[in-house]
Design a protein around this ligand. Structure first.
Ligand code: GLN
Length: 190
């Protein structure tokens, strides 16, 4: 059985735990750096990326998370996608900067603060309902990055080897197929 952590500093933590718990995996909420030890994979939830970054710095998570990401699978959703991205449009500095994508924050604009859309997510489902909340999207990907889903021609899910990210919140619906996909990634990687 694989052991997966959900970064528990801010955001939709419990929902991810619930979605993952139904799988054949042991799930731990990570609040301290030492708890990263022994994990096979990590989920960085949605929430607010600048707030999460502040807490990452405050609790000394920056280097340990970067190191973790050099070795193990990581799944970032929404703000988690922004934290993983190598580049953030309009900002000089990214956060963990481990996944070769450029993210645009709040990319769907004010008039579309939150909405749902049915997506075709490659390798996951062709009818996945994505919940978007002040969501980013990906405006550019490196050559090793596989685009898994688009919405209105914007990239909303991608994978690069052990990194998985999506702009929507798979933990906010009962559909756990994105989580299933990640658990499988973690199992294969282990
Ligand atoms: N807009 C948020 C940010 O920039 C992300 C929103 C979310 O995670 N639902 O961090």
């Amino acid at each position: 059985m694989v052991k997966i952590g959900v970064l528990g500093l801010q955001g939709a933590v419990r929902e991810h735990v619930k979605a993952l718990e139904a799988k054949n995996a042991e799930i731990i909420v990570i609040k301290r750096v030492e708890e990263l030890e022994g994990l096979d994979g990590l989920v960085i939830p949605g929430g607010e990326s600048t707030t999460m970054r502040r807490l990452i710095d405050k609790y000394g998570f920056m280097e340990p998370l970067k190191q973790f990401a050099q070795q193990k699978p990581v799944f970032g959703t929404c703000a988690g996608l922004i934290l993983l991205a190598k580049n953030i449009e309009g900002q000089d500095h990214a956060h963990l900067a481990v996944m070769d994508v450029t993210a645009k924050r709040n990319a769907f604009g004010r008039q579309r603060e939150s909405f749902e859309a049915t997506l075709n997510v490659k390798g996951v489902a062709d009818d996945f309902v994505g919940v978007f909340i002040r969501a980013p999207y990906i405006i550019e990907v490196g050559e090793d990055v596989e685009v898994l889903a688009t919405f209105n021609d914007h990239i909303v899910a991608a994978r690069q080897g052990r990194f998985l990210s999506c702009a929507f919140h798979p933990e906010l619906t009962d559909d756990d197929r994105m989580h299933q996909y990640f658990v499988q990634m973690v199992e294969e990687f282990k």
